[in-house]
Design a protein around this ligand. Structure first.
Ligand code: CMC
Length: 433
């Protein structure tokens, strides 16, 4: 049933249609607001703003539900592979066997970087953060293929997408090897997506690293759980850049930069640093919890809280169980896991966190698993970026396929100085005005 919203402003009544999604979410279409009333909406941090209609991912943050193309994340975590999940997100349906085989073949075909890219890696200082290298090299990589410099067409989109999805892990692995002063290890077609990445990270020149199946599975699970999350900061960035008709690689490189921040993907690195600090200081977590509640302390319980989830993040629930299973099967013991569990228990029974509906998010346990896989801390957000790539590509495609897509261009309420005049330098007093 379509509803109408009514707004009275400047003595006028505006009737606005509502758009109801397939999960009954309701949005008020305000597209005639400014032309009719002269007003715009103002929504700090976009907490109430729908930027698009999208069919990729559904989240119900109150109930803790996450579905890719309608399929619950729990089912994908249990039964799917990362490549199959990537196909699902990008093309909108689970692939048939021939579709999956064709997609996998393309990922293998495009796994190598242009050989001259090696020189770009050599130009970075050894302590360069791998997220900086990743973003720069995704853009650099597009320079080697003239067609990729252009916005894809519907006909060649598959090639652009496969090239990016395949090469992101090659670039990520090369940047890690560079940061350790280790020789580059090339991808090998005999390995599947995740195993191939682990091979490029950890093999040495004369001997391949053969990861145990539970290691491959744990990393693939992390990739699957990070693969999309609707209009988050980095995906909105990708869509913003894509809306100007920039190419897919440029849009994804911008997404990497947005993901890097500690309030977004960078939180997984910060969680481990926080756990290490707590462990080193001999705190059992209670002192840190007290500081995180104190506004002026500059501390937050990293890996806790979410703009959309006001309930347990379903990805954190899956990762918590996966970390228990991994530690048991690899016979590992990590004091950080015990501290994390203690922090979680304390926060979930503390009125500060209860009242604000702050629960563990995806970053709370992912870092502990990556540590167990010997992935260095500075690579954690890079792993997130590899996982998120199918989502970014899916959102890019959604815009490419939309004949009504327009450039994103928000407005503002100007609060600066009103008309002011140029003053020659010898007449300036140094004060504004
Ligand atoms: N520790 C302590 N207090 C917190 C935390 C936290 N982790 N998160 C939110 N709060 C408090 C915040 O101080 C505020 O309190 P008050 O109402 O008294 O001012 C209230 O909760 C609401 O917080 P907010 O910052 O207005 O909420 P937001 O929706 O703008 O931010 C968030 C969401 C994820 C940025 C925030 O919860 C946070 O900084 N969490 C820690 C960083 C983190 O784990 N980020 C990963 C997010 S999930 C994966 C991803 O997106 O990449």
């Amino acid at each position: 049933m379509s509803k109408t919203a009514r707004l009275e402003v400047n003595g006028q009544t505006l009737e606005m249609p509502t758009i109801v999604g397939t999960e009954q979410e309701c949005g008020i279409d305000i597209s005639s607001l400014r032309s009719t009333t002269g007003c715009i909406t103002l929504d700090d941090g976009y907490g109430n703003t729908g930027s698009c209609q999208s069919a990729v991912t559904f989240i119900d943050g109150e109930k803790g539900i996450l579905r890719y193309r309608g399929i619950p994340i729990e089912e994908l975590a249990e039964s799917s592979t990362f490549v199959e999940t990537a196909y699902l997100l990008i093309y909108g349906h689970l692939p048939t066997l021939p579709e999956l085989q064709r997609f996998s073949k393309m990922l293998t075909q495009y796994e190598n970087l242009h050989e001259d890219m090696k020189y770009h890696f050599e130009g970075f200082p050894t302590n360069a953060h791998p997220m900086a290298i990743l973003s720069a090299m995704i853009n650099a990589s597009s320079c080697y293929y003239s067609d990729v410099m252009e916005r894809p067409t519907r006909e060649n989109f598959d090639i652009h997408a496969a090239r990016l999805l395949s090469q992101v892990r090659t670039i990520a692995a090369f940047s890690y090897r560079k940061s350790r002063g280790l020789p580059i290890i090339y991808p090998k077609p005999k390995y599947r997506y995740t195993a191939n990445f682990l091979h490029m990270l950890f093999s040495d020149v004369y001997q391949d690293y053969e990861p145990p199946p539970e290691v491959v599975r744990a990393l693939a699970l992390i990739f699957i759980l990070h693969a999309d999350h609707e209009q988050n900061c980095s995906t909105s960035t990708v869509r913003m850049v894509a809306s100007s008709q920039a190419n897919l690689f440029a849009s994804a490189a911008a997404g990497v930069c947005a993901l890097w921040g500690p309030l977004h993907g960078g939180a997984n690195q910060r969680v481990i640093e926080m756990l290490a600090d707590i462990h080193k200081s001999g705190d059992d977590g209670s002192r840190f919890i007290a500081a995180a509640k104190e506004k002026n302390s500059g501390k937050r319980l990293m890996g806790f809280g979410h703009r959309v989830y006001k309930n347990y993040d379903p990805r954190a629930r899956i990762l918590k169980k996966a970390s228990d299973e991994l530690f048991e099967s690899l016979k590992l013991d990590d004091p950080q896991l015990a501290i994390a569990k203690k922090l979680e228990e304390a926060a979930l029974s503390d009125s500060y966190f209860i009242e604000r509906k702050l629960y563990p998010n995806v970053d709370f346990y992912s870092g502990i698993i990556m540590r167990a896989l010997n992935i260095p801390t500075e690579m954690f957000t890079v792993i997130f970026a590899i996982g998120r790539m199918p989502g970014w590509i899916a959102h890019y495609k959604e815009m490419l396929d939309d004949p009504k897509a327009r450039i994103y261009r928000p407005r503002q309420i100007y609060v600066g100085q009103t008309i002011n005049h140029y003053v020659p330098i010898d007449k300036r007093t140094g004060k504004a005005g």
